[in-house]
Design a protein around this ligand. Sequence first.
Ligand code: ZN
Length: 320
Amino acid sequence: MSYQELVQKIVQLQDEGLELFNAGKSVLGKNILATHVGSFDGTQILIQAGIHAREYITTLLLIEQARYLYLNDLVKQGGIYFVFLTNPDGAEIALDGISSVPCDITKEYLKLGNNNNDDFSKFKANINLVDLNTNFDANWGMGAQNLFCPNSENFVGFYPNSEREVQSLINFTRQVKPSLTISYHSKGEVIYYGFEGMSEQDLIRDENIGEVLSNLTGYRLIFTQNSTGGYKDWCIQTLKIPAYTIEVGSDSLEHPLKEETLPEIFEKNKDVPLTALNLAIQYQSSITVQKIFNLNTMEKKYEKSYGNCNTTRFYRLTKR
Ligand SMILES: [Zn+2]
């Protein structure tokens, strides 16, 4: 598959009635294409894919998921944003090699970062040789595999949120205010949840939602350790929302996962978006219940202290 064919598959969703828009821009100015299924009212969730260049199988998965939900009219309340390909420059390099890269110096730079290898099919980074899923401002630079010089993978960037794709996803997320996010990656058939420094309450919430997603997909649920700077980590740490990294495809497969693996991956993941949305709606209403409960408690406390106050005042008055 070429990069153009991949983009064409996203664009063709418009022929089926889905509306496309830009979630932002890449370093080279490519549009980061997105769509929305369901209502813009109520709870929203965001699903993104293709942040690692070679993982375009996840883009193909999102195309199928969005189509499935839209054509079967499955989203009855709330809505789902799909960001198909967060790293379009990287995907083009992984799919087409560096022949399309605009300048010779950049070509040389990429080749050096790729261990002088002409084969870019396993490339993960963006065009600046930054691993975008380590560049977010969430314990940035503290991951076990982090590198501090440009590389085809694991380079965290020279400072957090330095990359245009990362800034785009952050801005878009802040704009659409999702109650939950899912980041699709390949491979391993596992779901990562949680991040350092979470409250006990958030941890229980995220574990409960994660268990449902784990049962649905058959993928093992794992608490994140020794990995930082990812989009999921940023969502948890900064936005305090449940966020998951889902790694599709068996670990025995070779990178990049081929299109033939898509039917099985789709089968295991087709109900993930709707289930995640419904879980987000549920926990949001439980937050509302919690807030009402807290309010009642506060009112009771206030009444009590007001009562005490009166008693004191009364006491003082009588003393006088
Ligand atoms: Zn990945």
